[in-house]
Ligand binder design. Structure first.
Ligand code: ATP
Length: 463
């Protein structure tokens, strides 16, 4: 066995796609008689500024050359049969030929790990590459210590992703798949021809094993990119048979080649546990808190609210039901640290769920923290405020009572009726307890769609 990792070969303006290069390398190695298992497409920390789009890195795992012609050879030497020099030079040539190194922001990295055992330190590097920020020096040092072969172009930043990809199979336990179909090279950069009707029909047949192919709410095809890259479409789901069935149902321009990748997409591997007080920039979290300011729609249609830590207990219940003054209790709960949360305009209907929040609601929010703001990917409503304290109305004439003076309750001037203080009123809430998420069109690659299950409360999946 040997694992080949590669990253940072594409350019935002000039095109290319590291998945395409990995598919090409896999094909070349198969042509040379190597056994190549399903390539791994790993999504790393989505908050890394250097990313072109989705912070992807790729790994190809090669087995010994096909030995059907040498049945006398023993299996014990399987690792020795891998020609590390040969795999390295096949990958290097493919990167040299296709990587967009003319773009000063494209800095490819290539790592070849001989043998079938990836050390635990490399698996730990992979985990941290999804949840944390790493340095090129750390990647280089890890390659040196482990004896991995590597090659770098430009500043070598791609080594970080390349090494993370090599350790991914050991680091992660939850996997999904993506079937990617690639365009004929002469069509790259031209408008894609994909029949939307066939995509919707195939997506409906494949759901819920296959997800995020389309956005039914916005009537949008999600699986076809808009960038100048070689990808025609990518179909994501739970298993190869299901995504390949959906892909086969899509009518389109000719497909040059295709590959089904094993991936950590849709698994939430990027989310760390944390607290509002300690959440750091450039990482993604699952955080508990209490809504501390009313949601506000700002210029551009983005909806903001503050989440408070609610004091040391992490927030009290939203529905107190006693007569001690719920507004005061809300103030008490929202004391402490605060973090701004945002649902951006492209999250469309998800913003209605956010706008339905009220001060005092208890939540768990998930998303990346950057510029001191958590970009919402999903949230769970744990508890809703269901009552509010209001000035009483007169039981005889129905008008609002007036204050009878400091600490003297309320009185109706016309009828003479009175009340000791404010009274509770039930609030109709247009929001359910449970998990709410952004629609497929706004999903982060690594974010887990609710339809995949495994959540700790009722879910309201978007499709
Ligand atoms: P595409 O998805 O289209 O292939 P991309 O979005 O993956 O492109 P890259 O061109 O690969 O973007 O750039 C991301 C760069 O960030 C790579 O050089 C990668 O090594 C580096 N990187 C990835 N994760 C981390 C991390 N956790 N810390 C620091 N650097 C990282």
């Amino acid at each position: 066995m040997a694992a080949i990792g590669l990253d940072d070969t594409d350019s935002r303006d000039r095109g290319m796609c590291t998945t395409y290069l990995a598919a090409r390398i896999a094909t070349r190695l198969r042509e040379r008689g190597y056994g190549v298992s399903r390539p791994v497409l790993v999504r790393l920390n989505p908050a890394i500024e250097a990313k072109t789009r989705g912070n992807a890195a790729l790994a190809i795992h090669v087995d010994r050359p096909n030995r059907a012609d040498r049945p006398d050879q023993a299996d014990a030497n399987a690792d020795a049969d891998i020609k590390v020099d040969e795999t390295l030079s096949v990958a290097r040539e493919a990167i040299d030929a296709a990587a967009e190194t003319a773009d000063p922001n494209t800095d490819p990295g290539l790592v070849v790990a001989p043998g079938s055992n990836v050390p635990p330190a490399v698996a730990a590097f992979s985990s941290r590459a999804v949840t944390d920020r790493l340095t090129i020096a750390a990647a280089r040092a890890a390659c040196e210590t482990t004896g991995f072969r590597y090659h770098e172009w430009g500043n070598g930043r791609g080594l970080i992703g390349a090494l993370a990809a090599v350790g991914a199979r050991r680091a992660f336990s939850e996997w999904t798949v993506e079937h990617i179909a690639y365009r004929e090279p002469e069509r790259w950069g031209t408008p894609r021809s994909v029949d939307a009707k066939s995509v919707f029909a195939a997506a409906d047949r494949g759901y819920p094993e296959v997800w995020d192919t389309v956005d039914r709410g916005e009537r949008e095809v999600v699986c076809v990119p808009r960038t100048p890259c070689p990808v025609l479409f990518g179909v994501r789901g739970e298993n190869p048979a299901a995504v390949e069935r959906v892909a086969a149902g899509i009518e389109s321009e000719p497909i040059a080649c295709a590959e089904t990748f094993l991936t950590n997409q849709g698994t939430d591997t990027h989310l760390r546990e944390g607290t509002i007080a300690t959440a750091e920039e450039g990482r993604s979290y699952r955080l508990s808190g209490v809504v501390a300011s009313a949601p506000e729609t700002r210029r551009g249609g983005h909806v903001f609210f503050d989440l408070g830590s609610g004091g040391s207990d992490g927030g009290g219940g939203g529905n107190d039901g006693d007569d001690t003054g719920s507004s005061e209790r809300v103030d008490e709960r929202t004391e402490g640290s605060r973090l701004r949360c945002v649902a951006f305009e492209p999250t469309k209907r998800f913003r209605d769920r956010v706008r339905a929040l009220r001060v005092g609601d208890r939540l768990v929010v998930c998303g990346e923290v950057s510029a001191e703001t958590l970009k919402l990917e999903k949230f769970a409503v744990r508890d809703l405020v269901r009552t509010e304290r209001v000035v009483p109305t007169c039981p005889d004439c129905g008008t609002s009572m007036e204050s009878a003076g400091r600490d003297q309750g309320y009185r109706c001037r016309d009828c003479g009726t009175d009340r000791d203080g404010k009274v509770f009123r039930w609030i109709e809430r247009d929001l359910d307890v449970g998990w709410h998420e952004v629609p497929p069109r706004a999903r982060r690659h690594v974010a887990k769609p609710l339809i995949r299950g495994g959540f700790d409360a009722p879910t309201f999946p978007e499709r």
